[in-house]
Design a protein around this ligand. Structure first.
Ligand code: FES
Length: 179
């Protein structure tokens, strides 16, 4: 397994990465904070990195990546780290991820931007949501309206309720034939 050098900007740190795993996995493995919401499925574009040099040493853009970012790499120099593997040495800029990790200008103001909730708080939110769902089922809402009317569900085995029609039209009576 060949190793390649990855220079991270703005810190200038040099890391040894392999060409097997994607950049996102390896950056995370090295303890770098890289945002990602879709788990590497190329649907969120959060894991974007900016290639400063060595773009020819990256695997070509996949269909999924092109669909998300468009064919503008030559302008933006942005790649999805979850869709990119190394074939040589590169220099990448991950400052966007570092910047958004903290709020405030001073070192002392550094706080994670993501709201961290306590376990009790999460449980109470889940309970609240569950109650809302139950309310939705009992209350006068859209939820399974056919059950509330006492009718069968539309997909049941029983024949659907006939709503009129389905009758033969009465023959027209001519005064001649009656006589
Ligand atoms: S992690 Fe979502 S696009 Fe890469």
């Amino acid at each position: 397994m060949s190793n390649f050098k990855v220079t991270l900007l703005p810190s200038g740190e040099v890391l040894d990465f392999n060409g097997e795993e994607n950049l996102l996995t390896q950056l995370k493995g090295a303890g770098k904070k890289i945002k990602s919401s879709c788990g590497g499925c190329a649907t969120c574009s959060d894991c974007m990195i900016v290639v400063k040099s060595g773009e020819e040493n990256l695997t070509p853009q996949s269909f999924e990546e092109l669909r998300l970012l468009g064919n503008v790499f030559h302008i933006t120099k942005e790649r999805l780290s979850c869709q990119t593997r190394l074939t040589g040495d590169v220099t990448i800029d991950i400052s966007a991820h570092e910047k958004n990790t903290f709020t405030g200008k001073n070192e002392s103001d550094k706080k994670p931007q993501t709201k961290v909730r306590k376990k009790e708080e999460v449980e109470s939110i889940l309970k609240e949501r569950e109650e809302k769902v139950v309310q939705g089922k009992n209350g006068d809402t859209w939820f399974k309206h056919w059950e509330k009317n006492g009718d069968e569900a539309p997909d049941s085995q029983n024949k659907p309720k006939k709503l009129g029609g389905n009758k033969r039209p009465k023959p027209f009576k001519f005064s001649d034939s009656e006589e």
